[in-house]
Ligand binder design. Sequence first.
Ligand SMILES: [Zn+2]
Length: 115
Amino acid sequence: MFKYKKKTVEVLDEVVCDVCGCSTKIDEKAGVCEYAELRADWGYYSDGLDGESHRIHFCQKCYEKMLKLLKIAVVNIRISDSFEELTRFLKKEKNKIVSDAQQVLQKGKRKNAKN
Ligand SMILES: [Zn+2]
């Protein structure tokens, strides 16, 4: 025989934007929130933040403002994207960075050759 008792359980109701304070809930009935989260877990080698964990939640507007402010290019990777696609993207970015670095080195060599 099973015996039951009533319990009160806390569930996540909504996520509030830590920047503007608005709710990120977009569907009251389903309780769906759309938000971004910045998460940082600082370790022993950090500069004064040893052991601290930070969680910052953004509504879409504040998230987009932050991206513009930080001039971060968003890499849009869908959950369904395969590992191969991600690997191809990272290789392409790596090649671009290497190419840029080689150009900088070449310019430096030309400048040194003139002097
Ligand atoms: Zn906000």
